[in-house]
Each structure stands twice: as C-alpha cells, then as structure tokens.
Design a protein around this ligand. Sequence first.
Ligand code: ATP
Ligand code: MG
Ligand code: MG
Length: 465
Amino acid sequence: MELDKMDENDWKYHGEGNKSLVVSHVQHSRVLRLLKYPSEDAENAHQTTEQAFQHILYIVDYSRNVMKPLLGEKYVHSGEVVKLPLDFVRQLSLKIQQERPELRCDKVMDTISGCGLCLPNLTHLSPCHFGDCRPPLCVEIKPKCGFLPFSRHVTKECKRKVCRFCMHQHFKLASGKWNRQSRYCPLDLFSGSKQRMYIAIRNLLEEPQNNLKIFKGGELIYSCKDDAKQKPDLNELIQHLWPYFHHSNGHQLSRTVLSEFIQVICSALLSTGDSNRSGEHRKMQLGESRILCEASPLHRDLLRNGTVGLPKDCVLAKILQAQMLDNLDIEGLYPLYKRVEQYLEEFPKERNRLHIDGPYDASFLEKVKTCPSEDDGSIEYAVAKVHQYRVAMTAKDCSIMITFAPCGEDEKLQPHLEIQPTKSRFAFSVSILDLDPKPYESIPHQYKLDSKILNYYLKSTNATQ
Ligand code: ATP
Ligand code: MG
Ligand code: MG
C-alpha cells in the first residue's frame, strides 16, 4: 500500500463497532481500521495526532505482546499503524457516510489525526487459489463470556447459576437496545458438546443481534438489520449457502443445508489446527457447575450430558482461558482497584512503573502471567489482578472469524487446513479480532453495571436470590 497515493475510490465501507470503523480495499485483501469518537467531541478534536498515533500503537502492542501470546500465534493478526493523508481520510469519511447504520451514527470517524490500523482482510481466505469459483464464506461470532463466576467474592447466588449474557438480555430488552430476546447462551457455545454448540449457533442465526455476521466474498450477507424490528431472513441466507452444500447425489432440503453449515462452523471452532485427526485431544475441563446456565433454553438433560469440555488448543479454549483470568469477579476485583487508586493518589509517579496505562510490553505480560494466587496485601498483587481483569475483559469482547471455501476433489491440502464434517470439503482459517485494551478507568463502570444487570434480572424474573 503506497501511503502517498491513497485514493478513496479504492476503499469501501466494511463495518463498524463501538470504537472503530473499518473499510476494505476493493482489490487487495486489506482493511483499514479507523477510530471513532462521539460526534459532540468532533468540534474540539480531543486528540492530537500524536495522541491518536500513540493510542493505536498501544492497540497494536497490546494485541501483539499480550493477547497474541495468550491466545496463540496462529489466531491473532495485530496489523500495523499507518499515517494516512488527511485529504484521503476526509474524502473517505464523506464517501462512506450514507452506508453507515443509523444506530452507529452517534459517533464520527476520526478525520483529524490521519492515523489508522492496517490489517489483513479476514473475510478473505489466503492463499485464495483454490481453483473454485465460489467465494469464501466468513462467519463472525462475538461469543461473550463463556463461564459462570466461581469467585468466593460473588455475593448473589444467582450469578453462579445464570450467565452474564443471559442476564444482560433482560436488561437490553428493557432498555430498548434490542426488541427481541436472543436465545443464544455462550455457555452452550463454549461447552465443547457438539449438540449444545449446534443449538447455540442456530440461536445466533435466528437472532444475531451483534453476536453474529456472515460475509460472502467479503460482502456482508447476513446480520442484524439496522431496523431491529425486522428479523434477518434465514431463507435468503439459505439461498446463499445452497451452492456450497449442494451435492450431486440429489436435492438438499433447506434444513440440511443449514445443518451442514452449522456443522462446518462447529468443526472450525473445535479444530486444534494440528494434524492429529484422531480426535484424541486433551480436553479443557471445567467443573460442571461452571458450565450450566439455568437461563439457557436447552433441556436440562441435554445440558447435563453436554459437559464434555473443549479440545485444549481450539480457539474457544484459548479465549475461555483468557476470560477466566477474571477469577475474582468484578466484586472481588473492585476493592483491589480501589487499593491501586489510593496508592496512585499518594505516589502518582508510580503509574508508569506499574504499567497502569501501558506500555504493553513483555513485562506487562509477565505481570499478568505470574500474579501470586493469594493476596499478600501488596500493591503489586492488586495491580496484577487489575491487569488480569482487563485482559479477561478483552477476551470477553473479542470476535472469532471463521472463513472457509470449498476445495475441489483433487486438491491436496495440508491436513490442518481442511475440514470435512459433511460431504463437502472446505479449506478454512480461524482468527480472533478486536483485541483492544479495555481502559483501566472503566472498572468502576463495570462494577456498577454488574449490579445493575443483576438487580434488573432479579426484579424482572422475580428470582428469590
Ligand atoms: P466492538 O464494538 O465490538 O468493540 P470495535 O469498534 O472494536 O467493535 P472491530 O470489532 O474491531 O471494532 O471492527 C468492527 C467490524 O469490522 C468487525 O465486527 C468486523 O466485522 C470488521 N472487521 C474488523 N477487523 C477486520 C478484519 N481484519 N478483517 C475483516 N473484517 C474486519
Ligand atoms: Mg468488535
Ligand atoms: Mg472492540
């Protein structure tokens, strides 16, 4: 990419989240991720170029030096910071404005700093020479937190029985964020049981909210519509999927097409990326009590039988391990945050040594990995737990990209690049994206939000505890 010859016509709107907006190159398999900020801040351009550049550098450092070693080299692409011509960024912002979903327009794209992050386009498959004319399919899943808190600091019994996502649904419905409840439960997805995972994915397909998107050839073909009243059309999706799951031996029922599609997603989520195809992988086991959510719509027997655990190195196990660094729960963490705050008030210069806001280097990771298991009352312990909690927050908010394309009968693939759960053969890749550091300052907000969600859930379900 030649930075001095950037042309907005080479880029198109790709998608956005709460913090950033993404455009993709029309020819090359690249995306640019640009920061956003609340439109009311637009006037007084709160960040200088230097600050924006530093901020994106920290995002890259955090992904490369902290999240990548924890989640696995093969899943994480950290990208590089680029300084773009301001003229290009301004033209680009104008060009894409009408394609942005209305519900995201409370924020504007940063057109002042010219800084961005350049990443591989993960909706594409590389190398893309599979001699098949069907474009790759990509399923993006934002799985959210996959376990029940086990900390002794948890005060309300309900938090040990109903997972955060399921509780949060009640709150989101009441606040008008969504107007239909999702039946997806992260504990089903992270269970490792094919049956439970299948149902979790089917529930995501039925009500994607912001937890599922599907791309074909890099284009978004299935997601929660801007007009949330309208349910996305599963039949339309099936029409797209048909050519990928159509077998020469007869007609496929819609049901079968969808079911094969879900099985491919499950296989990719459980794949460990090595050539051990015997299925004899070591399993990551959690206590039964941590993986059964009472709010999951699944029948209890199915839940009980579904405690098989995840293959140790699959993408879900990696994410779950990082999420479980939050082992005190926000209720146990908050007093430690206050200990840090108090200490910093007294010794403000210690902020850097303690890596409160970075830098996110090898020694930050070391602190995360070597935190003592018992509280010795020290500031070091409190800081390490805060760091661990922030890493867990990132892992609870990331997305998984599963990209796959059919490969012909005679194509020889390395075993780890191939899945064949059903009759079709697919080449695939799995990545994790959106691994930004979560701000230290947001911990008090998390603490309040936790009790707000819990109290609302208790009130609305008339639960006793
Ligand atoms: P969130 O609100 O979830 O925190 P965010 O603002 O941090 O989101 P991202 O999730 O990084 O933003 O990006 C927004 C969307 O852009 C993603 O959901 C995904 O669909 C798309 N996207 C981001 N990075 C890539 C990539 N490297 N390749 C393809 N698509 C991408
Ligand atoms: Mg995101
Ligand atoms: Mg994000």
